[in-house]
Design a binder for this molecule. Structure first.
Ligand code: TYM
Length: 391
């Protein structure tokens, strides 16, 4: 059963201005690589042969998603959805269990889950086409995690970077360090196994993510191969689909990626920021004191980040933007970037407000139905897995 929007009278995704439906497409120029990507290749080097693509991705509910999440992931999810062939299955999850790998306040987490869910709808994911769900509403994700943990390599996990960066340990830290062992919790260490389970439980073939997830995707592929090797060809080997906006950088520390955890809120633009908040944040973005504008990510990371952001919205190359602005002031570049971002996010912010303000239960209904559909998808895989393992 699908949620009937009509049942709720005021569909929060329907324009009240008399202009009909909001388009659910922010109308943003997409980089050409994605235009060319009409159909997804389902032939993988190993794993079972697959007829139709299955697209899966997830986002942690740790605050309203920011511009890095949008350009690096969410915008591509919507694009894939809108261009998908009829047989393509699409699933997008608010991965709330992953958020528990660091301590959370229950009330805060409850609010963040809803905000993240509303954002996925606001950016243009359509519950009639995509299954959108909370990870914790589908217990098979954790069930498969246990099964995969019986084949997952400890050596591989110990070389991965995320647990070290979360604990602020050096990249070469290992389980031999007593400091690392004292701080490390099993959930944080085994985070990539749950991520592999998220992907494999739906037998996903394509996983659209930003560059920072590449290592996790490699681990998922490795673990799928290990399982298939032992128990038979159950899992397709998932392919990472890295967005052209691989890594949107922090506005305050442009050598690090824009993130939800940076202590300075001016380091990131939230999808719900107002136009004036966006313009202020871009105005105070850290740049340098060189007079001219040029694109040079190594030596001029701050200016280059702004140029890259603009290039993702305008669909033109960074070099073209740099030469257009060569003799302009940094101030005018910043003004243009601020206005461009604010204009592009305007519809998303409005839809977000409508969805969060809806009192008809729309979001909860979509989440419940998404959970049911995801559980059905997961059950099919668990049947195959259990049969293969003798359970
Ligand atoms: P998360 O919640 O950190 O980020 C969600 C998505 O946003 C992308 N992203 C960025 N892209 C470009 N520039 C940035 N500054 C930037 N910051 C974030 C991320 O690459 C990601 O695609 N481990 C995952 C969640 C996850 C998942 C999964 C993803 C759990 N299970 C299964 C894919 C498949 C994470 O923490 O994403």
């Amino acid at each position: 059963m699908r949620v009937s929007l009509a049942r709720h009278g005021a569909n929060p995704l329907r324009s009240t201005s008399g202009k009909g439906n909001f388009t659910l497409r922010p109308g943003i120029a997409q980089p050409s690589k994605w235009h060319q990507q009409r159909s997804l290749n389902t032939s993988t080097s190993s794993g079972p042969s697959v007829k139709d693509p299955v697209i899966f991705s997830g986002i942690q509910p740790t605050g309203v998603p920011h511009l890095g999440n949008y350009l690096g992931a969410l915008r591509q999810w919507v694009k894939l959805q809108d261009e998908a062939s009829p047989g393509t299955k699409l699933l997008f999850s608010i991965v709330d269990l992953h958020a528990l790998t660091v301590p959370q306040d229950a009330k805060q987490l409850r609010a963040w889950r809803r905000e993240a869910f509303a954002t996925l709808l606001a950016v243009g994911l359509d519950p009639k086409r995509s299954t959108i769900f909370y990870q914790s509403s589908v217990p098979a994700h954790t069930e498969l995690m246990w099964i995969l943990s019986t084949v997952a390599s400890m050596g591989y996990l110990s070389r991965m970077t995320q647990w070290k960066s979360k604990l602020q340990l050096p990249e070469d830290a290992s389980l031999d360090d007593s400091e690392a062992r004292a701080q490390l919790r099993l959930g944080l260490f085994s985070y990539p196994v749950l991520q592999a389970a998220d992907i494999l439980i739906h037998r996903a073939t394509h996983v659209p993510v930003g560059e920072d997830q590449r290592q996790h995707l490699e681990f998922s592929r490795y673990t799928a191969n290990s399982f298939n090797h032992l128990y038979g060809n159950i899992f397709p080997i998932p392919e990472a689909h890295i967005s052209p906006a691989k890594r949107v950088m922090s506005l305050k520390e442009p050598t690090s990626k824009m993130s939800k955890s940076h202590p300075d809120p001016k380091s990131r633009i939230l999808l719900t920021d107002s136009a004036s908040e966006i313009q202020k944040k871009v105005k105070v973005a850290l740049t340098d004191s060189e007079a001219k504008i040029s694109y040079d990510p190594t030596n001029r990371p701050g200016v280059s980040n702004l140029i890259e952001i603009l290039s993702h919205f305008e669909g033109v190359s960074c070099q073209e933007i740099a030469s257009e602005y060569e003799s302009a002031s940094l101030r005018s570049l910043k003004e243009h970037v601020g206005v461009r971002i604010a204009d592009s996010l305007k519809d998303i912010r409005e839809r977000y407000g409508q969805i969060m303000g809806d009192r008809g239960g729309y979001l909860d209904d979509v989440a419940r139905e998404g959970g049911e559909a995801a559980q059905a998808s997961a059950d099919l895989t668990m049947k195959k897995v259990k049969k293969a393992m003798g359970l």
